[in-house]
Design a protein around this ligand. Sequence first.
Ligand code: ADP
Length: 618
Amino acid sequence: MSKKTATHQFQAEVNQVLDIVVNSLYKDKEIFIRELVSNASDALEKLRRTQITEKKIFDDHLELEINVTTDDEAGIITIQDFGLGMTAEELTENLGTIAHSGSKDFLEALKGDGEKNESLIGKFGVGFYSVFMVADNVKVYSRSWEPDAEGQHWESDGSGSYTIDPVDGQRRGAKVVVKLKDEHKDFAKADRVKEIIKKYSAFVQFPISVNGDKVNTVDALWLRSKNEIKDEEYEEFYKFQANDYEAPLLRLHFSTDAPLEINALLFVPKRNMEKLGMWRSEVKVALHCRKVLIDPEPKVLFPEWLRFLRGVVDSTDLPLNVSRETMQDSELLRKLNQVLTKRFLRFLAEQAKKEPEAYLEFWKEFGILIKEGAATDFTHKENLAKLLRFESSGLDSGTLTGLEEYASRMTGEQKEIIYLFGRNREAIEAGPYLEALTARNLEVIILTEPVDEYVMQTLGEFDGKKLVSGDSEDLKLEKLDDEPEGKRLNKKDTKSLCKWLKESLGDRVSDVEEGERLIDSPVCVVGGDAMGGPSARRMMKMMQGDDSNLPAPTVKLQINLRHPIIRGLSELRDTNADTASLVAHQLLDNALASADLLEDPREMISRSFQALEKLTAT
Ligand code: ADP
């Protein structure tokens, strides 16, 4: 080693990653080639961008290409690119720490669950360090594009430390020399390497050669005509671009000329990784201009709620020589965002009609993000609302319907789209509200996720029809043609019972009245859409995660004049006022619980014990 050689320790996190990667039993060790080739491709891409803004570039005459060479005998594979290269500082920063993306996400995702390691390595690739699955020793020779930089030699066996020292005579870019472990010498066989590159890196946008033979065809799939492309080609492209091992769920390949010239190839993955609860996805749709990559992950190309999308957008209208920072807030990007989002939503709507099964599969995975969009994105609200799917009282459990379909089933007199929220379908069916609506032949959308009600509230209406909760006072119900069976409490007793109930319940209710909507249940609560109303209150509870600091619900108690409990109560209050008051409070508690508005069941429990005590007293 020369005098200038400096030995450095890897950052602790790097050792952690190395440890997991090297010791895992991960089968596809060949992915280290994919990782090194993709680093080389990134470096070339970055150089191409640097060439646009910088005049002086070292070795500017070199072709933008990747050369792989193998030495079967010695068990060495070398991957060289003429990309932007690294200075000594950059080598330390990039290969000695994990300040960069891939490995950081990897560690993040690993937190707390060792069992996920195996599948996650496949998902993330984990970048450069994957080479230590197969290598005894790795040397990186690099020379930065900066005119006065020095050539560098980085070396490590992946066990805790690395060295860096300057070297002369380096070309621009990086050359990674991998000395393979004996048992992995296979990766120095040219045929094997060609096969691996064809499998994983067929779509790299720079020429790759193995021992001088070209192995990929550099073509931009998204610019080719749809009819010429086979399904397998799309699938391979997706796997390469999204770094996924599964085929995509949906694909949209389209081009437009107006208002912007766009060629786009968009994919929806099979799985929503966010559902695993590990991390938040980011939109990874690369932005190109005439095949040249402008930004691999532009933030504003799509709205947040489409963050599951993968693919490529190519627009000839983009200026090539803008910095990524100015791109972020360019008017053009916003326009692209509008056009692309609209087109993608139209595609989803078409899918829902043409291939409802595939759409439902999409809905199961990504419905939560469509709901997020419907509740937050005013611009696309109407198109998003059409994509929502829910269960409905008119359909079997498990069957989903859209609002358009629901509306088409509405009969003449029905003006509103009615929904009810509950913990599950059974709770809604057992509650006091559905019976009244069903008795009037009204179909009810069944909401079981707290976010659903929020979505309905923010949408407000669909296709000119108001969206109302079945427990809202705003929902006016017609009188039933056939009076349900049972004797009603007379007018006079009703009036005084309501008055007495209001007095007994005090501030807990705003009023007590006869309930038209009740059929079999003795009581229910209803409220307006104002802030204290049932629906708004549940929504606030959802947003803040619990019901502390919320105003008490403002509800009206409605009573069923034919119900034996109500008729009994009317008499009981004359004979035993104490017990009657207990019953009154208990009835209100039950009604609040049915509306999912009961905050603290403790009071109710102690009250119900008192009632039971009276009942069992001899
Ligand atoms: P990732 O590619 O996910 O950032 P890696 O571990 O593969 O993670 O690489 C770490 C960093 O090292 C890269 O982000 C890049 O800055 C740098 N790097 C790796 N390979 C090269 C290369 N061939 N040329 C220039 N820089 C490279």
